[in-house]
Design a protein around this ligand. Structure first.
Ligand code: ADP
Ligand code: MG
Length: 685
């Protein structure tokens, strides 16, 4: 149970003053459903303004607060702006300019002859000065002098800075008194404020100590939770699985395993023979052949008389895994079945039966395979095929709940920087596939301006005419979901006009049946072009697809581009990746795309991604889901994670049951960051 003192923080945002149905949606879009979320909705940046006595003291482009006397209202005829002429203390004239509906309120706010304090940015307009849409207007100086340093929050459509400021304010007024979970010595040494002070300060200005403390809290919570999983796992007894090799001998793979694959399999086999359940991470770049490693591990389990389950992040991927594995085990007599949330009625019953009586030895599926209604006769190994962005801890938790703890192999498709590996996977044992299967050709990667779209389509036509297939990816950015969908649909329509039924469309909002049908047509070669949003990112394997077109490539992170590109270059044919770029390309964006051209080493790209993002790109452009963190930035992860990690370990060593006063405080922290699956493991013993 969540400690009572956290209740006010977990109250719904919808209950706040001034939050009607109209605000509920935009708030939800930003993930601000509880007061806690508002309190942690930290400003992207601050606008700094200078109070000036008159306009001579201000320069063009500067944000100022200045006292003005209103002289004249000038409504323009037609559609022009509404202009208010005003004068400073020494007679300089400036125009306050309003467009559209804002002019109505401006008329009332700025009566002629009166003195008003105005905050805004000074612009040059012709020979004169102007402020377009002053950000604040007030009758007295006090109100405006409080805005000399004003937070700017991430917004969604339907929200304004003023609105969100007021809500954050309310949330901050409800902060409970928290026990201190940070070690006092560290707190002192770093000069960090208490939790509630840190939150308040972080909303007031660029207080590094406050921001760092808050980030540290999050990192500590995560490190602790992962350590609790680890500790719980150590204390459990699993079943040693000793394979005799009889099934693997019958396996008829169309290739010889790479050295890296063999090493990983040996490491896993060693773990499986132990009494303590395995907790191992298999890290390997796209196309490095993780599936074959997973299959070998699962066959060891089956040889030893146990069952194995493979958990995939999406239905599409689960389906593909099931097909690949079924093909690979043909001839071994092993029964592989797919179980997804969509299986209903008789089909589902029969699969559940097979799992219960052990006649199904390998089960592949989405999270449905861990529902309460699913029970296994003897589940010995769980493989989690994970997109790096999913929090692995919670998944691991699933395996910990079983009566007898199965061995666990987590696979990550993205080579992530070492700092992030630690953050995301804690102290798991790691096997790395650092060698690609032979015969892979470099993917010819080119950056092309979006204006040359027609040429690209011609190229695609030539490509398809040769009998090859292609992916066409349109970006999907959460903030503008409908707009993005429209982009993918539109591209689909234009390509369809040209290529007819050879084109299929897949995106996240399609009904699963429609999605699978489209995927199926592409996978079996019936369809030649797959237009998709990033749902194909997670491991679809069509070797005949040798062209990848990515629209608005600058909107993707490097790691993501790398994953997408990894969809091609899977067969023996030469492959091409075309990165279409918009014309508003930032310096960093340019550098990113250049790197994509330069290297195909996933580890290098991951490190560079970290560097480029750390290097001062706007906080706001950070893609959610890149790390399991909401508060900590990449820089803070690099700086503070080792510390948090050591601290968590120390705490665990002294008080593994989290029962000392500091341990109790740490429990509060885990609940605060919703890493309470860690606490649940404690109780489970
Ligand atoms: P990923 O690590 O991205 O999951 P996959 O397991 O899907 O990679 O493997 C990618 C492709 O490489 C598949 O078509 C697979 O059959 C092939 N493959 C895997 N291992 C080898 C190998 N040792 N030699 C040649 N091809 C391999
Ligand atoms: Mg894979």
């Amino acid at each position: 149970m969540r400690p009572d003192l956290l209740n006010p923080l977990f109250a719904e945002t919808a209950g706040l003053k001034g939050v009607g149905p109209g605000l509920a949606r935009p708030l939800e879009k930003l993930g601000l459903t509880r007061l806690r979320d508002l309190a942690y909705h930290l400003p992207d940046r601050f606008v700094t303004r200078r109070a000036v006595a008159n306009l001579d003291e201000a320069s063009v482009g500067e944000n100022v607060v200045v006292a003005l006397t209103i002289r004249e209202h000038r409504s323009s005829s037609g559609r022009g702006p509404f202009r208010v002429l005003a004068e400073d203390a020494i007679g300089n004239v400036i125009a306050l300019v309003y467009f559209g509906r804002a002019s109505y309120s401006a008329k009332k706010l700025l009566p002629t002859g009166e003195k008003r304090w105005v905050a805004g940015r000074i612009d040059q307009f012709g020979q004169g000065l102007q402020i377009v849409h002053p950000e604040h207007v007030s009758e007295d100086s006090a109100g405006l002098l409080a805005t000399l340093n004003e937070p700017v929050y991430p917004l969604s459509e339907g929200l304004t800075q003023g609105r969100i400021q007021a809500l954050v304010h309310q949330a901050l007024a409800h902060l409970p008194r928290m026990p201190e979970w940070i070690e006092p010595g560290l707190l002192d040494r770093m000069g960090w404020p208490s939790w509630s002070e840190a939150l308040v300060e972080a909303h007031k200005g660029t207080h590094e100590a406050a921001r760092d403390r808050l980030a540290y809290d999050e990192l500590l919570a995560n490190a602790l939770a992962l350590m609790l999983v680890r500790a719980s796992n150590r204390s459990r007894t699993g079943t040693p699985l000793l394979g005799d090799g009889r099934l693997r001998a019958k396996l008829n793979l169309p290739f010889a395993l790479t050295g890296a694959q063999q090493r990983a399999i040996a490491e896993i086999e060693g773990d499986l023979q132990q009494g303590a359940p395995m907790l191992r991470l298999l890290q390997g770049d796209v196309g490095s052949g993780k599936t074959a490693v997973a299959l070998n591990a699962m066959l060891v389990a089956v040889e030893a008389g146990a069952q194995a389950a493979l958990l995939a992040p999406t239905e599409i991927l689960a389906r593909q895994h099931a097909e690949t594995l079924t093909r690979m085990v043909a001839g071994t007599g092993v029964n592989v079945q797919l179980l997804t949330g969509r299986d209903k009625g008789r089909a589902r019953e029969s699969i559940l039966m097979g799992l219960m009586d052990g006649s199904i030895q390998i089960c592949v599926g989405t999270h449905a395979i861990f529902q309460d209604s699913v029970s296994y006769r003897n589940l010995g190994l769980v493989v989690i095929d994970e997109q790096h962005r999913f929090g692995v801890g919670q998944r691991l938790m699933l395996t910990q709940k079983a009566r007898r703890t199965p061995h666990c192999l987590a696979m990550t498709a993205t080579p992530i920087p070492r700092t992030l590996t630690l953050a995301q996977y804690g102290e798991m044992d790691v096997s790395r596939l650092d060698e690609m299967p032979p015969g892979r050709q470099a993917i010819d990667t080119r950056v092309i301006a979006q204006e040359r779209l027609a040429d690209v389509v011609e190229g695609l036509a030539r490509h398809v005419a040769k009998g090859a297939q292609a992916y066409w990816v349109c970006p999907m950015v959460r903030e503008h979901e409908t707009e993005d969908l429209a982009a993918a649909e539109m591209r689909y329509e234009t390509l369809k006009a040209r290529f007819g039924d050879d084109v299929v469309l897949v995106h996240g909002q399609l009904r699963p049946e429609a999605k699978d049908a489209a995927m199926e047509r592409f996978a079996n070669g019936d369809a030649k072009v797959l237009v998709a949003t990033t749902v194909i990112e997670v491991g679809v394997d069509v070797p005949n697809a040798t062209l990848m077109v990515i629209e608005q490539a600058e909107r993707f992170g490097l790691a993501q581009l790398h994953q997408l590109r990894g969809r091609v270059g899977r067969g023996s044919q030469a492959s091409t990746c075309l990165l279409l770029r918009g014309d508003a390309l930032s310096e960093v964006g340019r550098e990113r795309l250049a790197l994509m051209r330069e290297t195909q080493d996933g580890f290098r790209l991951a490190e560079e991604d970290l560097r480029l993002r750390g290097g001062g790109e706007l906080l706001g452009t950070r893609q959610s889901g890149d790390t399991p963190f909401r508060v900590a930035s990449f820089e803070q992860i690099a700086k503070l994670l080792p510390l948090a990690h050591d601290d968590a370990r120390l705490l665990m060593e002294r008080d593994g049951g989290l029962s000392s006063p500091r341990g109790e405080a740490a429990r509060v922290l885990l609940y605060l960051f919703e890493r309470d699956w860690g606490v649940q493991l404690l109780r489970g013993g």
